[in-house]
Design a protein around this ligand. Structure first.
Ligand SMILES: [Zn+2]
Length: 255
């Protein structure tokens, strides 16, 4: 039993075979998927998928890449979407200083606004953080995020920073990059972080893990991330699968 805690199965790369891919999940051991929005449109699409398939849950939010023209009216619309039955978190929200697709002051403003929305709705947050550790942590420290919890997705920070993230009441999710050769920092973080705080994800269609790196990723490959975590921690695949699934269900509050 595996839980892909972060997927984008609504992406156009699945237009030709989405149904087939999704229906092959359960026979591949994937029992739960959180499909993540990155703007209003993909948030709506995530809800549509969640309504159609019992094992898919939706996360709604606006990614830092897409905040440039965001308005307060959009936040109100997001709030309405978040009231839908199978919405389990607000995300993905955060900062991305690697691509800098939106001005940094706007990234920060809308990251904060969406944390406030999550606190208001009492929903956990799914955080995207790339090359923006210091500002991201500074913003998170300003809010009582412990009350809602959440996930630092595709974690790429140090083992040191992981400790502070955990102290804030958040979990860390690891994706394909942890399987890449020479990713010493990712391996160190997995080794240091207690299994009770680890989630696994694909971030599909991106970030396919080894040995299928470079191909279109899908949720079935979360198995390869679980295998890597098991190898690093020296425990069984079954234990990683079981505990990371429990962790994701706890964070997303799935019964
Ligand atoms: Zn994502």
């Amino acid at each position: 039993m595996l839980f892909d805690s972060h997927a984008h199965l609504d992406d156009s790369k699945f237009d030709a075979d989405r149904e087939k891919v999704i229906l092959s999940m359960q026979e591949s051991g994937v029992s739960y998927i959180a499909n993540i929005g990155y703007d209003l449109e993909s948030s709506r699409r995530s809800i549509v998928l969640a309504k159609r398939y019992p094992f898919i849950y939706a996360v709604v939010g606006v990614h830092p890449h897409d905040v440039e023209n965001l308005t307060e009216a959009d936040i109100l619309e997001l709030k309405e979407l978040a009231k839908s039955d199978k919405v389990v978190a607000i995300g993905e929200i955060g900062l991305d200083y690697y691509y800098d697709n939106s001005p940094r002051d706007l990234q920060k403003k809308w990251f904060e606004r969406q944390i406030e929305l999550a606190l208001e709705l009492k929903l956990p947050i799914v955080i995207h953080n790339r090359d923006s550790n210091s500002d991201c942590m500074e913003i998170l420290r300003k809010y009582p995020v412990k009350k809602i919890g959440g996930i630092m997705h595709c974690y790429s920070g140090s083992a040191q920073m992981a400790k502070e993230v955990i102290d804030m009441g958040l979990c860390l999710s690891f994706a394909g990059p942890v399987t890449f050769k020479n990713n010493r920092r990712g391996v160190e973080a997995v080794a240091e972080v207690p299994l009770s705080k680890i989630l696994i994800e694909t971030d599909c269609p991106y970030l396919a893990p080894e040995p299928v790196r470079g191909t279109r990723n899908d949720s079935r490959n979360v198995k390869l991330v679980a295998e890597k975590v098991a190898e690093i921690k020296g425990i069984s695949f079954e234990e990683v699968a079981k505990v990371t699934t429990e962790n994701a269900k706890r964070v997303y509050r799935i019964k």
